[in-house]
Design a protein around this ligand. Structure first.
Ligand code: G4P
Length: 286
């Protein structure tokens, strides 16, 4: 489990991160924003677009191996209509990352053309990787740049703590210090991040969380519940559905009652490990 999971966001840290990113944006060519393809809305930082202004921007729909591929396609189309290029990637296996460099070059086509006209050939493109915790930013950098951490340089205007990586002679990747925050004042965002395990569920009642997830699955992915738990009929009350799951898995406590806490942990864990199937909780314009 990611050790960034229990991060606390403080106004001072947030302001500092914002400042660092605004400073750094001046010296890079493009921004690669990593989001969780299962929750592409909730896994974004609400202030990022304001901070990066009109800097060319790519979205990496990461963990696409766990997301519903139809929904991922919908997201790609959605971003396209908003003039943003998005690519599905799986930074655990590296699948899809072969498209990254070409995508960077596509969004920077004008700049590359201008550089060529000025005779500036061979200067590597610089891309800053950003993302809230647990979206897979470290996995992305690691997969694409491996162990190519460049030495700390004293380039003027470069924020201390910025870490450069060399992908190849045409591309450099930058990891910025500071932790980006989600839109945590939004209840649905908090819930979705807790489902995926991006924020700790210790602050949220496990049974309530599991019942919410179950409600969503009943509505959007009933077939998966049928396949995994032989659940063919659904009760009005999420609690009754949770009791059904507990009984199906033989999770009982003394007196023949359903152990709903165990069943909740089981459901959340099976969702997080994709044992239920490929699920996306947020679709465009929903
Ligand atoms: P972060 O830097 O943005 O905080 O994220 P990090 O790379 O640490 O990834 C968070 C978790 O998500 C890790 O799992 C990582 O393996 C997993 N992950 C990242 N990208 C993908 C992906 O495309 N597909 C899948 N299935 N998983 C991905 P973990 O359980 O915290 O650690 P571990 O399993 O690597 O031990």
């Amino acid at each position: 489990m990611s050790n960034t999971q229990n991060i606390q966001w403080f106004p001072g840290h947030m302001a500092k991160t914002k400042r660092q990113i605004s400073e750094t944006v001046k010296i890079i060519d493009a921004v690669a924003e990593i989001v969780d393809a299962r929750i592409p809305i909730s896994s974004r930082n609400p202030d990022l677009m304001g901070i990066i202004g009109n800097k060319p921007h790519i979205i990496l729909l990461n963990k696409c191996d766990m997301a519903d591929s139809k929904a991922t396609e919908q997201w790609i189309d959605f971003y396209k209509t908003h003039n943003t290029m998005a690519i599905p990637v799986d930074c655990k296996s590296g699948k899809g990352l072969n498209l990254f460099k070409e995508t960077v070059k596509t969004v920077l086509a004008d700049k590359l053309k201008a550089n060529k006209e000025k005779g500036m050939i061979g200067k590597p493109l610089r891309v800053m990787a950003v993302g809230i915790p647990n979206v897979g930013k470290s996995s992305f950098i690691n997969k694409i740049a491996g162990n190519t951490r460049a030495k700390v340089e004293n380039r003027p205007g470069v924020t201390r703590g910025n870490q450069w990586f060399t992908v190849d002679k045409e591309l450099e990747l930058l990891d910025t210090p500071g932790v980006l925050w989600p839109k945590f004042e939004d209840e649905t965002v908090g819930e979705h991040l807790a489902f995926t395990g991006a924020v700790t569920d210790r602050i949220i009642d496990t049974e309530l969380l599991a019942m919410r997830l179950l409600e969503i699955l009943v509505e959007k992915y009933p077939k998966m519940l049928e396949e995994r738990f032989k659940m063919t009929e659904f009760c009005e009350e999420p609690y009754d559905n949770l009791c059904f799951l507990a009984k199906k898995r033989g999770m009982m406590i003394r007196g023949g009652e359903a152990d709903t806490l165990r069943a909740s942990n089981m459901l959340l864990e099976e969702f997080r490990n994709s044992k239920l199937g490929r699920i996306t909780l947020e679709v465009p314009n929903a």
